[in-house]
Design a protein around this ligand. Structure first.
Ligand code: OAD
Length: 275
């Protein structure tokens, strides 16, 4: 077995040993909560907010379907106005990803988040797979034209529906996030073969409820230890010999992990976070 013990100490010893060189991260909305961005499925999360609005949908997820968006984008934008309005700072967990890259042990960070905080934390684009797209750019759903960032932000925060300004178009503008019913970006599919190189998988801040992203956890080799760092257990991980579960707040856990790997890791983590 690669881990001396099935706990955070075992994971830290494995990373410190130098034998672990291709860490793969799977991240979700939980890592951005400390930045002030709500997640989806926790109490007080976006789906809770949607339930309270009493809009006519079967499930709150329906707001994120392309067909529903094209019919009526208002609820989607009302919800998104929270994300467009704020200016958010990466969390310690985001900086931990950067630290892994600086230490040359990060293979890739696969994220479901669209808040761009991995980039803001300084993670290079070649290490980042934004599987559910990004809020950072947008296109018209009718003619496909790229639309202006400032105008988009202005429309969303003032409660307007952003529409395409191309002559005679007027289609709804949609951020380049992946909605249910859309395919994932090409970068997601092209990077799947590299999962075979993974020698440690860190699953952090995600309920792992949404395929095909959730499938990644099963596409790393069976010999690859998988560590869940999350508030609650995640479905589908835990049955392999090298699975580890560390329940609790992710910022606290990555700090402890850095400490356990070595004092210089924790110092560097703090330095990166303060940058
Ligand atoms: P979820 O809201 O489903 O899951 C977030 C997870 O993070 C939960 O299991 C929380 O317990 C955990 N969590 C919250 N705060 C935490 C903290 N401080 N430390 C550790 N864990 C914490 O969000 P995702 O898994 O990202 O897709 O959701 C996946 C996808 O579902 C989203 O990308 C979105 C959504 O529908 C689309 O809309 C296509």
């Amino acid at each position: 077995p690669r881990l001396q013990s099935k706990d955070l100490e075992g994971v830290a010893a494995y990373i410190a040993s130098g034998r672990c060189k291709n860490i793969v991260i799977m991240a979700g909305a939980g890592i951005s909560r400390a930045a002030g961005i709500p997640d989806f499925r926790s109490q007080g999360g976006l789906y809770d907010v949607l339930r309270k609005w009493n809009i006519d949908v079967r499930r709150p997820e329906d707001i994120f379907t392309l067909s529903r968006f094209k019919e009526d984008p208002k609820p989607f934008y009302k919800l998104m106005s929270q994300l467009y309005g704020g200016s958010y700072r990466p969390t310690l967990t985001h900086s931990f990803f950067r630290l892994l890259d600086k230490r040359r042990v990060l293979n890739a960070c696969w994220t479901q988040n669209v808040d761009n905080l991995e980039c803001l934390a300084g993670l290079p684009a070649r290490r980042l797979i934004e599987a559910h797209g990004t809020l950072d750019s947008q296109h018209c759903t009718s003619c496909g034209a790229k639309c202006d960032d400032r105008k988009m932000k202005h429309a969303v925060v003032t409660g307007d529906i952003p529409v395409c300004e191309k002559k005679g178009c007027g289609g709804f503008v949609k951020p380049d996030v992946v909605m249910f019913g859309e395919s994932l970006p090409l970068k997601f599919w092209l990077n799947l073969p590299f999962l075979k190189r993974a020698d440690l998988l860190i699953i952090v801040g995600t309920s792992l409820a949404v395929p095909p992203f959730s499938f990644i956890a099963n596409w790393v080799p069976t010999s690859c230890p998988r560590v869940v760092i999350n508030m609650e257990p995640v479905w589908g991980v835990g049955g392999r010999a090298n699975d580890v579960e560390v329940l609790g707040d992710c910022d606290e856990t990555v700090r402890r992990l850095a400490q356990l790997i070595g004092a210089d890791w924790e110092a560097q983590l703090d330095a990166l976070w303060k940058e």
